[in-house]
Write a protein that binds this ligand. Structure first.
Ligand SMILES: *Cc1c(COP(=O)(O)O)cnc(C)c1O
Length: 217
């Protein structure tokens, strides 16, 4: 199937209220344009430099999501245009995003990434770190970032129960955050292999790459 067919099929299968982020990392501008021409406007990248090159080359009505790990010294390259940063996992990083957003006289939407997987290779805050962060004064003082919700990645496994358990846990933290802060409406969980489970467990945003664009090199 073509990129367009894959995209439209997945989009049609998503319940109302679930946003699709088409993960285009490593894919060419031409491949991205196939999805664009099929009407899609939300794309996810995991490297700031690659995302910025694509932002420069492609139509300006694309909403670019940074879904990867963010290094503080690179925030400045995307501050002008990034639509949503999924992987915020420290107060220091959030402060830098706030500072760079201010320079561009804008507010940048962010998700806090929580570590829900068994593997310790995946980035993210622990429940306690999340709690501490959203209670800190520095956090509450920031004017140019807006926390929209949480993001998490489940363990890479065939064990559906394990994945479901991790998504359920993230959903619980999300409900807790909603009770604490205003404007929380985004729960980013689910990729090609597990997005159906994620949706069953309350995801509002799925990040899908290979099921749309094919396997990455
Ligand atoms: C690459 C990536 C995805 C998409 O993965 P697929 O399995 O290709 O759908 C989703 N989320 C993050 C954070 C990623 O890095």
């Amino acid at each position: 199937m073509s990129i367009k067919e894959n995209l439209l099929k997945i989009k049609a299968s998503l319940p109302e209220g679930v946003t699709l982020v088409a993960v285009s990392k490593t894919k060419s501008p031409e491949e991205i344009m196939q999805a664009y021409e099929a009407g899609h406007r939300v794309f996810g990248e995991n490297k700031i430099q690659e995302m910025t090159q694509k932002w420069e080359a492609l139509p300006k009505d694309i909403a670019w999501h940074m879904i990867g790990h963010v290094q503080r010294n690179k925030v400045k390259y995307m501050a002008e245009y990034v639509s949503l940063i999924h992987g915020v996992d420290s107060l220091r990083l959030l402060k830098e995003i706030d500072k760079q957003a201010k320079k561009h006289a804008r507010t940048i939407d962010c998700l806090l990434q929580v570590h829900i997987a068994e593997e310790d290779t995946k980035f993210g805050l622990s429940e306690q770190e999340l709690e501490e962060m959203v209670s800190s004064e520095t956090f509450l003082d920031m004017q140019n970032v807006r926390i929209k919700g949480l993001m998490g990645m489940a363990t890479f496994t065939d064990d559906e129960n394990q994945i479901r358990k991790e998504f359920k846990y993230l959903k619980l933290l999300y409900i807790g955050l909603k009770a604490k802060l205003d404007g929380i409406d985004t729960l980013s969980m689910g990729m090609s292999g597990d997005y159906q489970i994620a949706i069953e467990e309350g995801s509002t945003m799925v990040r899908i790459g290979s099921s749309i664009f094919g396997t990455r090199n």
